[in-house]
Design a protein around this ligand. Structure first.
Ligand code: ADP
Ligand code: ADP
Ligand code: ZN
Length: 215
């Protein structure tokens, strides 16, 4: 099974991808996570991407498509893939079709998480993750059960992203509207798009995703 989670920054793609990974042993392929790892490691890709990401603009199609191809090659052929934050442009969507076909894979579902833009700034500015295992949290909407301790791994260090500020979010939303939302018709033409209400409670969103995957 190969699925794309599509939605603006803060829609809940990463949150839901982590849940599907735990339930189904699928693999989350987040180009944002891959790029942040490259920035941290100081690779040539990271050096090129850092300033672009801090501005909230899109990194080049060639860079992200190469990251995705490498990651798929490192996975078992039978492991399902959840694409989170990729593709983000029509050129990336076309590349993904080729990348998958070359590996004997095909897309099963493109799931759009619909959200009100007004809610996104609050979601993004309250977002943080466990520095040890990467589990996502939110200041208001998903706090650790024991304050200061990660539910999943017991870690006590947390981190916030430099681009998760109100100003950069506006640019990221504009990028989504201008470049990413227009790829939906490309997938609608293939008859594989489902829409889920991303404003619902996290568990209800997960239930909606599960029922799509079961079909
Ligand atoms: P994305 O990967 O689409 O950018 P995230 O999954 O990181 O979004 O979610 C952004 C923030 O909003 C996180 O802090 C997360 O805990 C929170 N969040 C995710 N889904 C919901 C939801 N359905 N209701 C309320 N908050 C949510
Ligand atoms: P979110 O889901 O919260 O918008 P991501 O972690 O997916 O954030 O992406 C963070 C940043 O990394 C983006 O604003 C962009 O600069 C870069 N990026 C991630 N994925 C892509 C992609 N597929 N194409 C171009 N740039 C990307
Ligand atoms: Zn943790």
């Amino acid at each position: 099974m190969n699925i794309i989670l599509l939605g603006p920054p803060g829609a809940g793609k990463g949150t839901q991808a982590q849940r599907l990974v735990e339930r189904h042993g699928m693999r989350q392929l987040s180009t944002g996570d891959m790029l942040r790892a490259a920035v941290k490691a100081g690779t040539p890709t990271g050096l090129e991407a850092k300033a672009v990401m801090e501005r909230g603009e899109l990194v080049s199609d060639a860079i992200v498509s190469a990251l995705i191809g490498d990651e798929l090659d490192a996975m078992g052929a039978d492991t399902g893939a959840i694409f989170d934050g990729y593709p983000r442009t029509e050129a990336q969507a076309r590349s993904l079709d080729e990348i998958l076909a070359a590996r004997g894979r095909k897309l099963d579902h493109v799931i759009e998480l619909g959200v009100d833009e007004d809610a996104l700034v609050e979601r993004i500015t309250g977002r943080y993750t466990c520095a040890t295992c990467g589990k996502g949290y939110h200041d208001t909407f998903e706090q650790p059960k024991v304050p200061g301790t990660c539910d999943k791994c017991g870690g006590t260090e947390f981190k916030r992203r430099p681009d998760d500020n109100a100003e950069t979010v506006r640019t990221r939303m504009a990028e989504y509207r201008a470049k990413t939302a227009p790829i939906l018709p490309f997938y609608e033409a293939q008859g594989i798009v489902s829409k889920v209400d991303g404003m619902a409670e996290m568990d209800a969103v997960t239930d909606a995703l599960e029922s799509i995957l079961a079909n």
